[in-house]
Design a protein around this ligand. Structure first.
Ligand SMILES: Cc1cc2nc3c(=O)[nH]c(=O)nc-3n(C[C@H](O)[C@H](O)[C@H](O)COP(=O)(O)OP(=O)(O)OC[C@H]3O[C@@H](n4cnc5c(N)ncnc54)[C@H](O)[C@@H]3O)c2cc1C
Length: 302
């Protein structure tokens, strides 16, 4: 029996482990892919306070090292579900079962992909999902933003401030984002719009060098050379393991505020998996600390 079981080894989950260990709680972190979460895809992190620049890999390795030194247990296992046990929660994984008095779920969010061949390979090598994070690498270069909703438009506005050209590719005949954002972009001389168009394939070997587009009305195919492509067609929360157990919002995010308290007693939610406006390392880490301390308070009072 662990005091706290943490699902997800991204920045939120690992920070929660660090804080919980410093309160002398026994901690198990279960991660299905790579410790570090989404940060392992980030070639350069330049907005983490106190560090001018580091790779996502370097950041993850340091965080894992720090958590291990504090005595947390880390396992690569996929959590499938959670159920109530006699003295806490039973966490079922693809390898077995663990019992914890409290659970912190920090399973993050996945960016929705276009579903193209080699798309995952090129993430961080010309394909990005985050202008705040990666926009600076494309300063003076040509990029495309895929999508026409608010997040795509916001990405495009930010990129238009430093990129030589920003090409917005939308599958519909109109943009679905706010009028205010659309009018800001329409004023920009370095932004253009392509409607009724989908990306059908990616060009370039180790780095993205362009995309092939198809007009959905005429069927015509064209090639667009590019330095980068920002995909902004929505995020998918990774909350399958707690589905039916904790309340989710309409987007599938865990309905928990900054307290990280969920609708299920003894389960706390931290990081990108919960309802929030800003999904960044800094906010995930803040949640990890809050969730660990909230879980510790819960253990003291139960
Ligand atoms: C390419 C890229 C670049 C980025 N660059 C920056 C940047 O420069 N600065 C910045 O602040 N932010 C950046 N971000 C965003 C930042 O990485 C995220 O906001 C942050 O990682 C969220 O942390 P998290 O711990 O909440 O979730 P995640 O990092 O998504 O971690 C969640 C973890 O949970 C695991 N998991 C999910 N389901 C299960 C399960 N059932 N069982 C076990 N494990 C599970 C996942 O495998 C994952 O490792 C970037 C994101 C990407 C994709």
């Amino acid at each position: 029996m662990y005091d706290i079981i943490i699902i997800g080894g991204g920045p939120a989950g690992l920070t929660a482990a660090l804080y919980a260990r410093r309160q002398n709680k026994s901690v198990l972190v279960l991660e299905k892919n790579s410790f570090g979460g989404q940060t392992v895809f980030s070639p350069k992190i330049e907005n983490y306070p106190g560090f001018f620049e580091m790779s996502g890999m370097e950041f993850s390795e340091k965080l894992v090292d720090q958590v291990l030194r504090q005595g947390a247990e880390l396992q690569i296992e996929t959590v499938l579900s959670i159920r109530e046990g006699s003295d806490g929660k039973i966490v079922l994984t693809d390898c077995g079962e663990y019992e914890g008095k409290a659970v912190i779920t920090a399973t993050g969010a996945k960016h929705r992909l276009l579903g193209l061949e080699r798309e995952e390979e090129l993430i961080g090598c010309g394909i990005s999902f985050c202008a705040v994070c990666d926009g600076a690498f494309y300063s003076g270069k040509e990029v495309a933003v895929i999508g026409g909703g608010n997040s795509a438009l916001q990405e495009a506005i930010l990129l238009s401030e430093s990129c030589s050209r920003v090409r917005i590719i939308q599958n519909l005949s109109f943009l679905t984002g706010e009028e205010k954002l659309i009018s800001v972009l329409k004023e920009k001389p370095n932004v253009d719009f392509t409607y009724n168009t989908v990306v059908t394939s990616l060009l370039g070997e180790e780095e993205l060098t362009g995309i092939v587009l198809r007009n959905t009305e005429t069927g015509e195919e064209t090639t667009m050379p590019l330095d980068g492509m920002f995909v902004a067609i929505g995020l998918l929360p990774d909350n399958e393991a707690v589905q039916g157990l904790v309340a989710l919002d309409e987007g599938g995010y865990i309905d928990a505020g900054e307290t990280t308290v969920t609708s299920c007693d003894g389960i706390f939610a931290a990081g990108d998996c919960r309802r929030k406006n800003v999904r960044q390392i800094a906010t995930a880490i803040a949640d990890g600390a809050s969730a660990a301390l909230a879980a510790c308070r819960y253990l003291e009072n139960r």
